[in-house]
Design a protein around this ligand. Sequence first.
Ligand SMILES: [Zn+2]
Length: 564
Amino acid sequence: MKPAHAIGALAAVALLASPIALTAQAPSAPTSTAQAQNDPAFAPESFRATVAFLADDLLEGRDTGSRGHEIAARYVASRFEALGLKPGGDGGSWYQRITFQQTDPGTTPGSIAITGPGGATQRWTHGTDVLVGLSPNEPALDISAPLVFVGYGIENKRLGIDDYAGLDVRGKIVVTLRGYPKGLPSEEAAHAAATKAQAAQAHGAIGMVGVGTILSMKTRPWAQSVHFADEPSFAWVGADGKAFDEAPGIRITATVNEPAALALFEGAPRTLAAIRTLADKPGGRPKGFALTTRIRIQSDSSTKRVTSPNVVAILPGSDPALKAEYVVLSAHLDHIGITPARPGDTPDTDRINNGALDNAAGIATMLEVARAAASAPVAPRRSLIFLASTAEEKGLLGADYYARHPSVPISAIVGNVDLDMPLLLYRFTDVTAFGADHSTLGPIVAGAVAPMGIGLSPDPMPAETIFVRSDHYMFVKQGVPAVFLATGFANGGEKQWGAFLGGAYHHPGDDMNQEIDWDSGARFAEANYRIMRAMADADTPPRWYAKDFFGDSFAPKAAKAPRP
Ligand SMILES: [Zn+2]
């Protein structure tokens, strides 16, 4: 369906406004109108206006479940409605309201006690040399079990790794190395590493304790992990009333620093130092074995529930057959709220995390694309879904919930582009599409932005495994080809990315005082409009490449494209 009223309104305005121009400039008027309709204008002012509203102090950082986020959600819904889109939320509304459980540390701090082969017990409290996880569905947890070292703890047939071979971990707590073996392709490995708890559960383990490798201790020093020790954890609540957990059989997780790690390996057939040396070599995969120590883990937590909505709109496609297929453009609307007061703060210390770039800029991009698509003379052939997700900052939870409870059958969703934190502090000349190597979305994106003189660059920071760290990964896990699109490293981008990630990122400084290049915002919106059109208008939908790890893992039966 073409949004006829939008076209009609534009035509009516043009007629009313230009009775004189019709006689004075008759030859040029039809041409300029046609141009305006064929090339929907992307204006920096319009982009800036959206970011300015969402990043206003009044919205208090749009934290999941907060009043500020609710106001932001009403604003986005209102914009969708003004464009003539159709609601894609619950019961014909714009909102998909989700219940989240927040799990906080309880009054008694968590603790770990390790008993060695000689019977001596050492004990640590959470936040010192051990970090004990919070169990969302067991508020007062106290378990003791024997321990088994399982190497990296990865089990993945496609990668040819089974760290559990020959080990009996039933009813036991497994000890894993953090991260993944050196030399594996980073996105595939990151996915395998992110599913360690499921692997442990599949083998009957009841808990998981992580110890650092030489590499992980360098890239994530212990002090950095301890800094986040008191953060609550979040989960969405399912129809069964329980906090969703992909591996509920793993009742507790913990990570440990040096003294506790050494205690775990007391009396072991191989030393931790030897294991780490092997793990530091390319392809090094230390084999597991039963440990001679036992562990007792206690964790005390309290829970509360909040609700927060995804905001969802649909633009029906114009092609009678292809309109049954949907392309999703997503961006998260939530941010991290207000930083708690710290000693030394003055009354005028800015503690509001406005999230101008993270991710008001992504929402502004999405709204510009929605406006252009809804006002185009011919609507995109496939239908478009616009998803302003919540709880991204809590662990991609709103997108995960949506991908598991979509507005239309998941099989009808043929592709997703996610927008998160486009860095608009320089005139970008390239974009990166994280995940572009796995599906035809790579060439689709490259072809769509080329006419603008914008290049598609490979992932400039593969070690960061961004492919598995943003909302689009939740669509990937449901079998949908997806990419996360960001501004690239060319033309000064690398320096700006470095400065932002080490500075304003997740700080009150990510606000309207930054030198945001609004013209780049408009260009980024146009680039994404072109990408959406390319995905929606092509005869064939985006497809996973044949024999691709993610395509084969999550969409084994879907039609595949030959890898170029
Ligand atoms: Zn963020």
